[in-house]
Write a new protein. Structure first.
Length: 497
């Protein structure tokens, strides 16, 4: 019998090929759910007009006004889902980068913003080799295939001080938005996710982001003879639950910092009887603690007492200075200028805030739970003479009012103890012109500045004590009017956009 080899040798070449063992080719990869969704979105937007309707463009201008208020002009900005670049074009920032899954939209964005950098890329596949100060997600998550994945990817282009700002439609407006699409006021879009503010907070938390602020805006999103400006600026803040657009500001979940050096600034005017106690009771914090007394035009022997105590405690790093201006705000700013600590603290010399509690402020900052630690006197019961009843009511009112104006909770605006990193203070000082030199107390200069930089304000409850020496420098009615003025300033600069 002939062998298989001899038989195949006598067969025609075509039959030999047919007799060879069959080779099984690998099946083509099956697109994942994510890829299928992205392909549908890409196909939809590549076949749609890149220019919005007149109503859509007007709406983007309204949204851009909020982003201009959120983002400093010198910051670097990444927009995920930039479309044709209409929002980035309205912002004053020069260092702008945009990504979008539609190549057609990206080409339009490049033509619209020559100084920008644009990439064809889905947010779910974000890969860039740099970090940004701000990341914008303007309604991108409404149509995202995987919201959590986009938010997780954003960490790779973020640093510790990066702020993620996003906006999305309130589901209350769903019927009107559908009607606007039918009438041609709004372009056709793929099916929307319709995420609620609670949904977004949960998604951000799962992806390692910490929501710091939330505010709503826009009651009229179409031009109406200028009426929309008045309604959106003055009425919308009062009717936030009914507004069209929800804005949220988030920071990356913070890792603990290494131990820092600390400067405790103690403004002192007519506080001679408290100076030595302030030194003895202030804890030693971090790697090193310096105490800076700054005396301001006292009529008692405060300055002499500071010099005496400095000599008596040579093992403690004590600095003494006399302020050249007036008011606590000026004293704090002058002392901060010479402070060498990486963490800056303010301690009132009346010691109604117990110095022993400063470690709570330090821990909140170093742990990353807060960027700006603010003392709160209104949680624990106070000693009988610590605060008059009318002052207590006023403090509670201003806490609620400023929380509303700032968009993040702050229970007590006038507790003298505030703690922040020196690097953040320097950023506040550099941006001070936005609010101006308006604050004789110093509290609001720091609070407004911290809010402007989107620092997370953490309230630290303390037990407020009676004064044991001297009298308060607070003048109830005159300073109350100043507080009202500062509240109106905050509302005008922060809330009325």
């Amino acid at each position: 019998m002939s062998s298989p080899a001899s038989i195949s040798a006598t067969l025609p070449e075509e039959l030999v090929e047919l007799s060879a063992p069959l080779r099984v080719l690998p099946a083509p990869p099956v697109p994942t759910l994510l890829e299928r969704h992205l392909d549908k979105l890409r196909s939809f937007y590549d076949s749609s007009p890149v220019e919005p309707t007149a109503g859509g463009l007007f709406y983007r201008k309204l949204v851009a006004a909020h982003y201009r208020n959120f983002i400093p002009a010198n910051a670097s900005v990444l927009e995920i889902g930039c479309g044709a670049g209409h929002l980035l074009k309205i912002l004053p920032n020069q260092d702008v980068v945009g990504i979008d899954l539609s190549g057609k939209a990206v080409e339009a964005a490049r033509a619209r913003i020559p100084h920008g950098e644009f990439h064809v890329m889905a947010g779910e596949n974000l890969e860039l080799d740099r970090q940004f100060d701000f990341i914008i997600l303007s309604e991108t998550l409404n149509f995202a295939a995987d919201v959590q994945r986009i938010l997780e990817k954003a960490h790779a282009v973020s640093h510790r001080q990066t702020r993620l700002i996003l906006n999305f439609h309130s589901s209350l407006w769903r019927p009107l938005i559908a009607l606007g699409t039918v009438l041609g006021i709004r372009c056709e879009h793929p099916p929307c996710n319709w995420l609620s503010a609670t949904d977004m907070r949960n998604m951000l938390s799962l992806a390692g982001w910490d929501v710091m602020k939330q505010q709503s805006g826009l009651l009229l999103a179409i031009p109406l003879l200028g009426l929309e400006t008045l309604v959106n600026r003055f009425v919308a803040p009062l009717l936030a639950p009914f507004c069209l657009t929800v804005f949220q500001v988030a920071r990356p979940a913070q890792k603990p910092l290494t131990a820092k050096t600390v400067s405790v600034v103690i403004p002192a005017r007519n506080e001679a009887g408290n100076i030595e106690d302030a030194v003895r009771r202030t804890p030693r914090l971090g790697k090193h603690t310096e105490i800076i007394f700054i005396e301001g035009n006292s009529t008692d022997n405060t300055w002499a007492e500071i010099e005496r105590v400095k000599t008596q405690y040579p093992d403690i790093d004590i600095k003494a200075m006399r302020q050249t201006g007036k008011g606590k705000g000026n004293a704090v700013r002058e002392a901060f200028e010479v402070a060498t600590g990486e963490v800056l603290m303010i301690l009132d010399a009346d010691l109604t805030m117990p110095p022993e509690e400063l470690d709570k402020f330090y821990d909140a900052l170093i742990s990353g739970r807060a960027d700006f630690a603010n003392g709160v006197r209104l949680v624990y019961p106070m000693e009988d003479k610590a605060m008059r009843f009318c002052n207590l009511c006023a403090n509670k009112f201003f806490g609620l009012a400023f929380s509303w104006a700032l968009g993040q909770p702050i229970k007590d605006t006038l507790c003298g103890t505030k703690v922040l990193l020196k690097t953040d203070y320097e950023r506040i000082a550099a941006n001070r012109a936005h609010f101006g030199e308006f604050d004789p107390f110093g509290d609001f200069d720091l609070i407004f500045g911290a809010n402007r930089l989107h620092l997370k304000i953490g309230d630290i409850p303390i037990r407020y004590r009676d004064r044991t020496y001297g009298e308060t420098n607070i003048q109830r009615w005159r300073h109350g009017l100043l507080l009202l003025r500062m509240l109106l300033l905050a509302i005008n600069k922060i809330k009325l956009i």
